[in-house]
Design a protein. Structure first.
Length: 599
């Protein structure tokens, strides 16, 4: 006779949650003879077993109280074994309002510097720069701005954070609300990486209430020596942001007198990396930690298309939507070229983490956000064992901010094309990016399966959720892939295939096409796909058959050159503006609605 099966057992830790939480739980089962069947009684309202073979329990908690659920497992042996255990879960009421005294992220548009530039002129050069930001869906007070003393390189280098090459003298910062300029009380000081390698959180601006859903102008005056290199950002100026300089004397008065600025200054924008403020109403507030796609790569200043609040990328656009869902404020650490296989080490992004820690310290240890949102994966999609580098990145987040839930979006499809993305047959994928019908998929789709199993707003049985690493996910590829089945690793086709109707000189951003039928603002135009001087650029304007683009080629093009349109750039990696917007409304907004942020 065969030896008897080991004794069947089932166990698990007690839990706690708040009304609205969707944390999953899976009991530990051992012994007996698989497969198993698990049932439960006494589960908290809103909860149910999602997978009877494992006991995976999911669903949103709906009612506060203390509950003792009895889990029963039966095996498939003969004689059959049965085991039970009791799990106690304490569910607390959801907060009806936030803590209005807690500093939380409260501004769109701001980010950490990613470039450097040389200050023109000799001697002391005085500068004033304007910047704009959008406020949350609730009024905020006591805004505080953070000035970093480091910059980042957007190339995927590790390390990617470096001390600013030179200091500058902060003179004044102000914001304009209701026609009145309100001034930050922080006295002039040297913003010097030798003093603080991370940066400075300025004092709160007193006496101002920033109305909900406003678009606010800020100005910052500073000075530096001509010829030095400073860290900063490149900005799209459709919003009217201006950099002005003078060698005749300080321009700080322009921060409060409201006089017009003249564009003649430093080509880099030395502006705050984030703003925190009081007034939080209890809804989620995000911290974005991702790569170039989350930072909005290929989002350009497109008249009539760019968000009037200056948000970029599908994560930001989706969070900022308030037409079909509730607006969610956020701060961002997203960096072009960033890799989770690097960010699984704190040292790879320590300055940004330490910058957020300064805002956390201002709250007495509470972070200025309630969840972490990430799209990380693209730049590590050729690194084997994706669960290792994903969990390594998540572990840094959990160590840094214990108890803060993580939401992770799946990766987009990435395919190359021989015909400017005008057919399915013309698209090919690298091994790491291949879905292979779901059988032995490449790294990209293996990671997606681990994160959310391809479900639009995430699958609770995905391994990353079952294992407790993330609280949820969404699948942006569903808005731009050829289909949601076997061809999900290819790009949807925009049926636009035409030619140049006139010669185009090198570096020309205005093209005359044979037709613009089917073309839309924000599409990615590919000129001479696969040929010499091939390039892609975002469609900025369309007037008849004449289009203006966000970029150009250094190669002249002749009449008859092929021109196509695509959702992504010609490498298949970065979405067009139209694609970002499509994902925001078709995927991110439904995810917001699924987590209780619908209108």
């Amino acid at each position: 006779m065969p030896p008897p099966a080991p004794t069947l057992s089932i166990s698990g830790a007690n839990g706690s949650a708040a009304v609205g939480d969707t944390l999953s739980f899976t009991p530990t089962i051992s012994g007996g003879t698989a497969p198993y069947t698990v049932t439960a009684t006494g589960l908290p309202p809103g909860r149910a077993i999602n997978n009877a073979a494992t006991g995976l329990t999911t669903g949103a908690y709906t009612t506060a109280g203390t509950y003792s659920a009895i889990y029963t497992v039966r095996d498939s042996g003969s004689p059959q074994q049965t085991a039970i255990f009791s799990r106690t879960v304490t569910v607390t009421a959801a907060a009806s309002a936030g803590d209005p005294t807690r500093f939380m992220f409260a501004a769109t548009r701001l980010r950490f510097p990613i470039v450097t530039g040389t200050v023109s002129g000799t001697g002391t050069v005085y500068m004033v720069q304007s910047f704009f930001f959008g406020s949350p869906d609730y009024a905020v007070t006591e805004p505080r701005f953070f000035l970093p003393t480091f910059y980042q390189v957007a190339t995927g280098a590790n390390p990617s954070e470096f001390a600013a090459p030179a200091p500058y003298q902060f003179e004044k910062l102000s914001i304009k609300v209701g026609g009145i300029w309100y001034e930050c009380p922080t006295a002039p000081f040297l913003v010097d990486p030798a003093v603080d390698p991370v940066g400075f959180l300025l004092a709160a601006i007193p006496g101002v209430t920033i109305p909900l859903n406003s678009f606010v102008e800020g100005r910052m005056a500073f000075s530096a020596q001509g010829g030095v290199t400073l860290g900063g950002s490149t900005r799209a100026n459709d919003l009217g942001e201006i950099s002005m300089s003078s060698t005749a004397g300080s321009l700080a008065a322009k921060c409060t007198d409201g006089s017009a600025l003249t564009q003649n200054g430093f080509s880099r924008h030395v502006i705050p990396a984030f703003m925190v403020a009081k007034g939080w109403d209890g809804r989620p507030v995000g911290l974005l930690a991702g790569d170039s796609i989350q930072a909005g790569a290929n989002e350009n200043s497109i008249p009539g298309f760019m968000s009037p609040r200056g948000v970029q990328g599908y994560w930001q656009r989706g969070l900022d939507d308030n037409t079909q869902s509730k607006r969610i404020a956020f701060g961002t650490l997203a960096l072009e070229g960033a890799r989770p296989s690097d960010w699984q080490n704190r040292t790879a992004w320590s300055r940004k983490l330490d910058a957020v820690a300064k805002a956390t310290a201002a709250n007495g240890g509470k972070p200025p956000f309630t969840f972490i949102g990430s799209n990380h994966g693209n730049n590590s999609a050729t690194v084997p064992n994706p669960y290792t580098w994903l969990t390594g990145f998540w572990q840094v987040c959990k160590t840094e901010w214990p108890g803060v839930p993580i939401y992770h979006s799946e990766m987009l499809a990435r395919a190359s094309s021989s015909d400017g993305y005008q057919s399915l047959a013309g698209q090919t994928v690298a091994a790491a990016d291949a879905y292979n019908g779901g059988t032995n998929p490449g790294i990209r789709w293996t990671a997606n399966e681990l994160i959310g199993k391809g479900a639009l707003t995430g699958d609770p049985s995905a391994q990353a959720r079952v294992d407790g690493w993330i609280a949820g996910s969404f699948a942006p590829w569903r808005a731009g892939s050829f289909d949601t089945g076997a061809n999900r690793d290819k790009q949807a086709v925009i049926a636009f295939d035409t030619t140049l109707a006139a010669d185009s000189a090198a570096n020309n951003t205005t093209l005359t096409l044979a037709s613009t039928s089917g073309l839309a603002l924000g599409d990615m135009l590919i000129v001479n796909p696969g040929g010499t001087g091939s390039y892609d650029a975002i469609v900025r304007t369309i007037s008849g058959n004449v289009v203006t683009l966000s970029g150009a080629s250094g190669t002249a093009m002749t009449t008859g050159t092929r021109v196509t349109a695509s959702l992504n750039d010609r490498t298949g990696l970065h979405p067009s503006t139209r694609h970002h917007q499509k994902i925001a409304m078709e995927v991110v907004v439904p995810w917001k609605q699924a987590i209780g942020m619908g209108l």
